[in-house]
Design a protein around this ligand. Structure first.
Ligand code: UDP
Ligand code: MG
Length: 321
């Protein structure tokens, strides 16, 4: 293994069709980092952008070698892009940040201060979010609370992927190779000394969100299935409750019949009961399927991502994919 290049801080940015924000992103990061005055690299992971993002990043790299590029062969998703960033980062500490400047780079100074105090993970907590729809705020709020209530992992409320990790934590994260990844969950799961810093989440600088509802739902199921068996257990609870209710129902019916009451003719009741149970069973089959599909993905053991090109990395211990 080559000696750790003298990079103190690696800033990881996942990039998917962000041509409108790249120049401003570079400017803001350079301003902030020049002020802080430590050596740094900007690890951009191009997640199969279809716009000019990749070409712009290559140009930036030529002009300033501190900008480095991992260029995926296609779109693999935000969480996988972050994973690749962690695999390639050379710094003693790493900060993960969104390209759209919703996570203000200025917070990095505070994160570094915390890191120097000895904290190994410094996650940023959204104290306030500007320019997000009511729907997004409400769903995000419900999501973090649901996740916390059904998982054993202590995932902080309202913290996204914007966080600093010590190199030791990064090396640990590299050993976790599961396919369906919820990075903020994993970064809580590994433990270490963690602390939060509050920040105001800004509006997207330009362009549109790259997280449509479909992707948000997928991230949610990945998060839940990665860290909880509660959905599977729900079938058992539901089964028990229904069995008990039907036992009571049987006792009542027998009692009524014996006392000569023929109130239950029962066609509609039968139909409703059968349809209801059929629905419940299909739902739980679907939940089983969610876990099963994920097991299948693990068994296939495909690499998490494929790198078409990379620019600017010195270390030779990179995954050979
Ligand atoms: N992103 C990515 N791959 C994707 C979707 C998004 O790398 O398939 C990146 C995107 O470029 C941005 C970050 O993930 O840097 C967060 O995306 P976005 O800001 O659109 O999400 P939101 O803030 O709306 O949740
Ligand atoms: Mg955003």
């Amino acid at each position: 293994m080559t000696e750790a290049a003298s990079v103190t801080l690696s800033i990881i940015v996942p990039i998917y069709n962000e041509e409108q924000v790249i120049p401003e992103l570079y400017k803001r990061i350079t301003d902030v980092m020049d002020e802080i005055g430590v050596s740094w690299e900007l690890v951009c992971v191009n997640d199969g952008s279809r716009d000019r993002s990749a070409a712009m990043l290559v140009d930036l790299h030529r002009a300033d070698p501190r900008v480095k590029l991992v260029d995926f062969s296609r779109n693999f998703g935000h969480q996988i892009a972050i994973t690749a960033g962690l695999d390639y980062a050379e710094g003693d500490a790493v900060v993960i940040i969104d390209a759209d400047l919703q996570d203000p780079p200025e917070v990095i100074a505070e994160m570094l201060a915390r890191w120097r105090e000895g904290y190994e993970v410094v996650y940023a907590v959204r104290a306030d979010r500007q320019g997000e729809s009511f729907f997004k705020l409400w769903t995000a709020n419900a999501f973090y609370r649901l996740l916390r209530s059904i998982t054993d992992v202590n995932i902080p409320l309202d913290a996204g992927d914007f966080r600093l990790m010590d190199r030791q934590v990064v090396l640990t994260m590299r050993t976790l190779r599961e396919n369906h990844r919820f990075m903020r969950g994993l970064s809580s799961w590994v433990g270490y000394k963690q602390i939060g810093v509050e920040y105001q989440r800004a509006e997207r600088f330009a362009g549109e969100t790259k997280y449509p509802l479909r992707k948000m739902l997928r991230l949610t199921t990945d998060a839940i299935t990665s860290f909880s068996y509660v959905p599977l257990r729900m079938a058992t609870w539901f089964g028990f409750s229904l069995a008990i209710i039907s036992l009571i129902g049987i006792a009542i019916t027998i009692g009524l019949r014996l006392s000569g009451n023929n109130a239950f003719y029962g066609q509609a009741t039968t139909l409703v009961a059968v349809l209801f149970l059929g629905g419940i069973q299909l739902i739980f089959l679907g939940i089983l399927g969610e876990y099963l599909g994920r097991i299948y993905d693990e068994v296939k053991g495909r690499p998490l991502y494929i790198v078409a090109h990379s620019h600017g990395f010195e270390r030779t211990d990179q995954p050979k994919v």
